[in-house]
Design a protein around this ligand. Structure first.
Ligand SMILES: Nc1ncnc2c1ncn2[C@@H]1O[C@H](COP(=O)(O)OP(=O)(O)OP(=O)(O)O)[C@@H](O)[C@H]1O
Ligand SMILES: [Mg+2]
Length: 365
């Protein structure tokens, strides 16, 4: 299914540092000057899930395959970006294709690191970026509506629907509200998503704090938390610089480092999980001696469609799914034990897969 998160923010706030930590590479150039990033960076990240390791341990699986998420790091946006200032605007197209936005906010004081607005104020920064995203949506809407004019004359139903939805988004944006504030009927939901407007995407604010604030946050991140709550957005507190250091350590060193910092787990794990929640994603597992593997689905996905994530044929020929809840699998010390305890269920086409289910699909070919 490939879920994608776009990383946006002002220049020099730590986007590429975060991207590198996430992807455990130095693929993105991160340095102390604004507009360091020019070309967008795309990277895949494992979704951390301790349950997968537990399952693999029980089943003695030869390999462990976590589920993946994609991150896209683009150039910093500045005030006026949509009018051609800076570089970011031309890369916003890459953000249109994502499922959610990770909005990085500078929440650290450091006289050596240039802030393009000359002061640290994450809430004001968030507004600058949100305005640019809204202007970018408006511009794209105007272009698209102009392109639809001919089709509309031809009484094209699809074009009519698109134009109606674009007009609704335009009206909201012209009033200074993001397109996500538009109420959309169920029958328009798919076409609405297809418009790929940036300000319809869910937002996760990433408070990039100083190393010493990584464990408990600071006044800046608290202000962001309040703003996020008001908007119904998510937020995480992270120190991109620490995360970058941790990502270069081996597991044992990383654990020591984390405990010294008073952290229970890497902030990146929290960030990825928050992204998962924001997107209403869940994980189910397939477990055997060959491999233990995690698969991503949207909440509320029925068994055949969940099977379809593995292979289209699984969905088409779906018969039933032998299902064991994660807890039952662990309690039974594996499939056999769970089965003997009567915890293996045969589920049919209407079964809604639950987070943590261990699934075995039976299908016709
Ligand atoms: N939590 C932090 N504390 C202190 N310095 C940090 C922190 N996070 C990032 N930095 C530093 O800020 C500088 C800018 O980081 P980075 O290049 O990742 O920003 P960016 O948002 O990608 O910028 P651009 O938009 O120009 O590409 C780097 O020198 C980085 O080491
Ligand atoms: Mg960068």
């Amino acid at each position: 299914m490939g879920f994608r998160m776009g990383i946006v923010g002002l220049p020099n706030v730590g986007k590429s540092t975060l991207f590198n930590a996430l992807t455990k590479t130095a693929a993105a150039q991160a340095a102390n000057f604004p507009f360091c990033t020019i070309e967008p960076n795309v990277g895949e990240v494992n979704v951390p899930d301790a349950r997968l390791d537990t399952l693999a341990g029980i089943a003695k699986s030869a390999s462990i395959i976590p589920t993946r998420m994609t991150f896209v790091d683009i150039a910093g946006l500045v005030k006026g970006a949509s009018k051609g200032e800076g570089l970011g605007n031309q890369f916003l197209a890459n953000i249109r294709e994502t499922d959610a936005i990770a909005h990085v906010l500078r929440c650290f004081e450091d006289g050596d690191i240039t802030h393009v607005e000359g002061r640290v104020d994450p809430v004001a920064d968030a507004e600058v970026i949100e305005t640019e995203l809204m202007l970018s949506d408006l511009e794209s809407i105007e272009k698209r509506r102009a392109n639809l004019v001919r089709k509309l004359k031809g009484n094209d139903k699809e074009a009519q629907q698109q134009d109606r939805l674009l007009a609704a988004a335009q009206a909201a944006l012209e009033e200074g509200n993001p397109a996500r504030t538009v109420a959309v009927d169920a029958e328009d939901a798919k076409a609405w998503k297809g418009l790929q407007l940036i300000t319809t995407k869910p937002v996760l604010y990433v408070c990039n704090v100083a190393e010493e604030d990584a464990a408990n946050g600071n006044a800046f991140s608290e202000a962001v938390a309040k703003m996020a709550a008001e908007q119904g957005a998510g937020h995480v507190v992270i120190s991109a610089r620490i995360e970058e250091e941790i990502s270069q350590l081996d597991a044992e060193e990383a654990e020591m480092f984390l405990s010294e910092m008073g952290l229970e787990e890497p902030g990146l794990d929290r960030l990825i999980r928050a992204g998962y929640e924001l997107l209403h994603l869940e994980t189910y597992f397939t477990v055997g001696p060959k491999e233990a593997r995690a698969w991503t689905i949207r909440k509320g996905t029925a068994a055949p469609q969940a099977a379809g994530v593995i292979h289209g044929d699984f969905e088409k020929g779906f018969i039933r799914a032998e299902t064991i809840a994660y807890e039952d699998y662990v309690a039974g010390k594996g499939e056999q034990g769970a089965k003997e305890a009567g915890k293996m269920r045969a589920e049919g086409k209407s079964y809604i897969v639950k987070d943590g289910d261990v699934m075995h699909f039976l299908f016709n070919t």
